[in-house]
Design a protein around this ligand. Structure first.
Ligand code: CO
Length: 509
């Protein structure tokens, strides 16, 4: 029997509606989700933490507490970016340990820990903290294809992760480009050589995902990830119901009730309806182009918004051709946060500035110097010479260069909020600026409901095609002004400039 990990509460909405699903839209389904018999429910981590604070003005820890109360039976799972936790830089070890502890204490049972460079040193402290907290450590291999990535290299990485005491391994195909044959071979090799349970996470983008999940199940995967159908397909996971249907009656039957899944899907269809202004047609479409350019969906929308800002949308094809070249220069990192942003932004610069590396971003400099970890393959010597002129490369584990951060963060926050608890201190330690603005927004009564309404209004208004003059003159009420969402959005945008930097326009690290 293969297990199913349900992603509707995390990757599903992160992939399709920019991570905007609110806790109040999750809770009504919680009891039924808990009763399905999933192997686990991925409900926290990844971008959800940041988006809760930054855009929804929700406390992510409160979300986790509420979900755990409502789903006591099914193991809750989170995505943790190794030493980056749920942020975009390396945090000091004391922050990593405390964060993992607090997350486990609050309700996370399974930690899926990955590093964008597949550098085990960036996962080590988190994995050990997971074990110490008594939770399950799911160590992750980011799948990609390149001249330096082979079955043997992935198995060697799996072996190192097993030595770090991982309980199980995850093959994470964030771009959705792993062919069924490769997926099956990798699962089989990891099972045979290492013996730990292997789970497979992929995305539907290229259209391969359902096939790959079935092949992985047949090859002995312990679980595959699916999202309930309204939040499945395209940039998200394959539909849970489809996977269950495909495997029904086989030796790998997940044995989940399609009727009960259908009722849940019906509920989430209604939820999606509410967020529809945020849904891009492109993120639902199948894009086999990924098989050549390897650009994951989230990265593609970032590239698009960067090009739009520069009024250079017409140069997308050149940028997509430049991405694999930059990636090769950087030793073929898998493209996932934050390497996807590092490679993407540099590729845009290389195209728009009329010469490659005429301007080199600070992130590329840091990367080349070794501040993100050890790249999978050798770097382009010319780029290294240019970037490291006069400085030496860093060979140590990057987080060894960081001083402890937790006590300082606690002192800073408690000067503002004397009663702040550990969870709040961690939110502040991870995102100090965002957390300050979250606190002041909450203090002014700008709750998640008001802000989400505003966000949907702004995006909806921007997306809506211009109303024909005849319709406006006739006062049919379908124009921009007729929409309460849009009105609310405009008012908020005027009074609160800057809090919405457009759903997808985030190119920070
Ligand atoms: Co994913």
């Amino acid at each position: 029997m293969v297990g199913i990990t349900e992603t509707v509460l995390r990757d599903g909405h992160q992939s399709l509606i920019a991570t905007r699903m609110r806790t109040r839209d999750m809770l009504p389904a919680a009891e039924r989700l808990d009763a399905i018999g999933y192997r686990s429910i991925e409900a926290w981590g990844g971008a959800t933490f940041d988006v809760c604070l930054r855009y929804l003005r929700e406390d992510p820890w409160e979300r986790l507490r509420a979900l755990k109360r409502a789903m006591p039976r099914t193991p809750l799972q989170m995505l943790l970016r190794g030493q980056n936790l749920v942020g975009y830089r390396h945090y000091a070890d004391d922050v990593v340990r405390s964060f993992v502890d607090e997350a486990a204490r609050t309700g996370i049972d399974i930690f899926r820990v990955f590093d964008a460079l597949n550098d085990p040193r960036n996962m080590e402290v988190a994995l050990r903290a997971v074990k110490r907290a008594g939770a399950r450590a799911q160590a992750t291999i980011c799948y990609t294809s390149s001249p330096v990535h082979s079955l043997e290299a992935f198995v060697a990485l799996g072996r190192r992760l097993a030595e770090l005491d991982a309980d199980e391994l995850c093959v994470k195909d964030m771009a959705g480009m792993m062919p069924p044959g490769d997926g099956a071979a990798l699962v089989r090799a990891l099972r045979q050589e290492i013996g730990l349970p292997v789970v497979v996470h992929t995305h539907s983008a290229s259209g391969l995902a359902s096939l790959t999940c079935v092949a992985a199940a047949e090859a002995g995967a312990a679980a595959v990830d699916g999202a309930l159908s309204p939040f499945a397909g395209g940039a998200s996971q394959p539909p849970t119901e489809t996977l269950v249907g495909a495997l029904r009656g086989t030796p790998n039957d997940p044995k989940l009730d399609l009727g009960a899944l259908g009722e849940l899907a019906e509920y989430f269809r209604g939820v999606l309806e509410h967020y529809r202004p945020l849904l891009e047609l492109r993120s639902l479409q199948t894009d086999p182009g990924i098989l050549t350019h390897q650009v994951p969906g989230g990265m593609l929308s970032n590239l698009l918004s960067q090009l739009k800002e520069q009024e250079a949308l017409g140069r997308l094809a050149e940028v997509l051709a430049e991405v694999p070249r930059v990636r090769a220069d950087l030793g073929y990192p898998p493209l996932v946060t934050p390497t996807s942003q590092i490679v993407g932004i540099q590729a845009v610069l290389n195209v728009l500035q009329g010469g490659r590396y005429r301007q080199v971003t600070n992130e590329v400099r840091d990367y080349v110097r070794g501040l993100y970890g050890t790249p999978p393959g050798p770097l382009d010597p010319e780029l290294v010479a240019r970037v490291t002129a006069g400085t030496s490369a860093i060979r140590a584990r990057p987080a060894d260069l960081l001083d402890p951060e937790l006590a300082k963060a606690a002192a800073e926050l408690r000067a503002l909020v004397p009663a702040a608890d550990t969870a709040e201190v961690l939110s502040y330690a991870l995102f100090p600026i965002v957390y300050r603005s979250y606190r002041s927004a909450v203090d002014r009564g700008l709750t998640s409901d008001v802000l989400t309404a505003a966000a949907l209004g702004v995006v909806g208004a921007l997306r809506r095609p211009a109303t024909p003059p005849s319709a406006r003159a006739a006062g049919t009420g379908v124009g921009e002004r007729g929409s309460a969402w849009a009105h609310e959005g405009r008012v908020r945008l005027q009074t609160q400039r800057g809090w919405i930097d457009a759903a997808h326009g985030r190119t920070r690290r």
